[in-house]
Write a protein that binds this ligand. Structure first.
Ligand code: SF4
Ligand code: SF4
Length: 192
């Protein structure tokens, strides 16, 4: 699917103030969570002066770089398919609205189709999770991309079965990245 046109400019008037956007968020996000659970993003970067006390009190893991401070996903505030600090969430979280959400809010895609796309994405993620577990890399509180990279880099088992699973894993990750790029990411987002 092509990226939906006329996405709201990041940081401009919040789409939540628009009823169509609010409704799309209510309809789609609770059944998804892919932008908070470590599938779409490995980290969430804070602004230079940004401090989120609510995150400090959680078991948040931080990473510093010349670009600033970021916290690791899966986000500790993501609980029961909801953001536990929604009213205090970082600017980056406020600004992000995935392509599917934008398409539904702007009437370019039906809600049913968007929900089906989310389910298919979750199904692909579940397959990758199953292979990671088979290869000895079960959930470790890291993003899916980092876990896949670590698993493929530490490929010590050269049995036929393990080699076959790793090949399947690589293909599945490639397909997932294409799916995330075409349906979810905005122009400046990328799989890291
Ligand atoms: S990826 Fe999109 S639909 Fe899913 S929770 Fe995030 S904004 Fe909502
Ligand atoms: S702070 Fe809330 S919106 Fe931001 S990544 Fe965490 S759960 Fe998602």
């Amino acid at each position: 699917m092509a990226q939906p046109a006329n996405k709201p400019p990041l940081g401009d008037s919040p789409p939540e103030s628009n009823e169509a956007w609010s409704q799309a968020i209510r309809d789609l996000c609770p059944g998804c969570g892919l932008c908070c659970n470590g599938v779409l993003f490995a980290t969430v970067r804070l602004g230079a002066e940004e401090v989120i006390p609510a995150l400090e009190s959680l078991n948040t893991r931080w990473e510093s770089s010349p670009d600033g401070k970021a916290f690791l996903q899966p986000c500790p505030a993501f609980r029961g398919q909801h953001c536990a600090i929604y009213s205090e969430r970082p600017l980056k979280c406020r600004e992000f609205h995935c392509g599917l959400l934008a398409a539904v809010a702007q009437g370019q895609m039906t809600l049913a189709r968007a929900q089906a796309e989310i389910r298919e994405t979750q199904r692909q993620v579940a397959r990758i999770e199953a292979w990671l577990a088979q290869l000895g890399h079960p959930g470790s509180g890291q993003s899916l991309s980092r876990r896949c990279r670590q698993c493929l880099a530490a490929a010590h088992d050269n049995s036929d079965e393990a080699v076959e699973i790793r090949a399947e894993l690589m293909l599945a990750v490639r397909a997932l990245v294409q799916r995330l790029s075409s349906l979810f990411y905005n122009d400046t987002d990328k799989y890291t």
